[in-house]
Design a protein around this ligand. Sequence first.
Ligand SMILES: Nc1nc2c(ncn2[C@@H]2O[C@H](COP(=O)(O)OP(=O)(O)OP(=O)(O)O)[C@@H](O)[C@H]2O)c(=O)[nH]1
Ligand SMILES: [Mg+2]
Length: 495
Amino acid sequence: MRSVPIFRAALAIAVVVGVAALLSALLALTDWIFRVLDHLHSVSPWLALLYAVVLLALVGGGAWIVWRVLVPKKAATSTPQPPPTQEEVERRIAHGEELGVDLSVVRQELAELKNRRATGEVHIALFGEISTGKSSLVRALLPQAEVDVSVRGGTTRDVIRHVWLSTAHDRLILTDMPGLNEASGELDTMAREEAMRSHVVVYVCDGDLTRDQYRELQALIALNKPMVLVLNKMDQYTSEELQLVRGRLLERVEGSARIDVVAITAGGTQEILRVFPDGREERVIRELSPQVAPLADALQRCIDSDLSTLEQLRDSTVFVLAARKLDEALTAHRRTKADELVGQYARKAVVGAIAAVAPGTDLLIQGYLGISLLKEMCALYEVPARQMDLQRLLEQSGRHVAKTLPIMLAVAGNGFKAFPGLGTLAGGMLHAVAYGLIFDSLGKAVSQTLETRGELQPAPAVLLFEEKLGEDLESRARKFARMALTRQVSHRDEP
Ligand SMILES: Nc1nc2c(ncn2[C@@H]2O[C@H](COP(=O)(O)OP(=O)(O)OP(=O)(O)O)[C@@H](O)[C@H]2O)c(=O)[nH]1
Ligand SMILES: [Mg+2]
């Protein structure tokens, strides 16, 4: 007989022991249940019922806890925010202006909308990368219009409006725009904003979309307004190629409502070879005759659809744009104010440390100055300043300061080296620079946390504080050393 490997033998024994243990546990449990049931027969029915209820609650509660532990929580899905209403935007403008924010650009946006509503004209924005033929398209639709067309990319530098009478003689405003991906991002922004102010967007391309173009198209589709995707320069394709590119473009917009895809020739030139009867050959450049009827028809279809829906869709995107500009203005305002606050508190910290007889490591940071810096920052960002969070943030920052103070003092000492001939410095001066650095870093960390997270979260704020403390140490130390010296001189000169 072959010998059984020791591992297999051990496994077999373990299985036998395991099964025996399970059997005996089962028997013991059954025995225990029967005994409990026997006892229950002898007690009053109410007590038995109470016992059953407690037992069920225990089993149910345990099962629920196990379920919560084992089944992962569904990730919170972010539902798209509905566009703001005019009232919301106006309410926010009033609030922002009360805070002293300059919101003239947002007011201008609403005023422009009011003007456009009053004229009742339908605006069509020509959008697309540089040199795809947007201006040529305007020229094809409006041969008398003065339009710059050039082989050089980036010809159109501004938003230029033209009045166009559609196929059914509706008066429309055709807006020629700078091409996207022009060197300066400013023109891109200008074009994107104008697309948001229009009723209809015409996206012009001259081939299958690149990744960037596709991304841009998706952003426009998200505006949810009628669009025409135009494949221009169709003269450059054979009919098979044209079918293929058109097919690709149709795939790109599949599933998106309100989008038409058309192919056109807006203009351009063609080189042809002329052969004379004597055999001479000559290359001639010929202007191509535009074929833009499919686009004109598609635009007519857009405006023939429900005009009040077009107005509503345009209005909502203008409110989105206005709210975005409002957020930007508010952020810029808060940044400026936060910088001022940081400057003020760093100065107070410097002065406080010079005045202190024996500066303690946490006196300033965890004391009145630290708390009021955080409270003022929270007030600026209009977030609640929970005492618990402030305390935690200052304690943790204070612990870090205690650890790094010797280094900060050494850095402070170096800061004074920029001012030779000072002789021996009092300890207070070194602490003054160190505290300037600490408050400067703390203020910056807190304002950044409030800006990016919309609330004061102590943990990320402390991490940022530690990071900021090490940033650009030398020049900041020099700045606070100069501040401390000026302060000391003026202090000494005081009568
Ligand atoms: N072959 C051909 N060339 C065209 C067509 N449409 C425009 N072009 C040429 O494409 C080049 C760019 O045309 P523009 O109309 O200036 O293009 P654009 O999109 O306005 O350009 P930017 O203003 O720079 O963004 C010019 O050389 C036009 O002649 C077309 O249908 N076929
Ligand atoms: Mg142009």
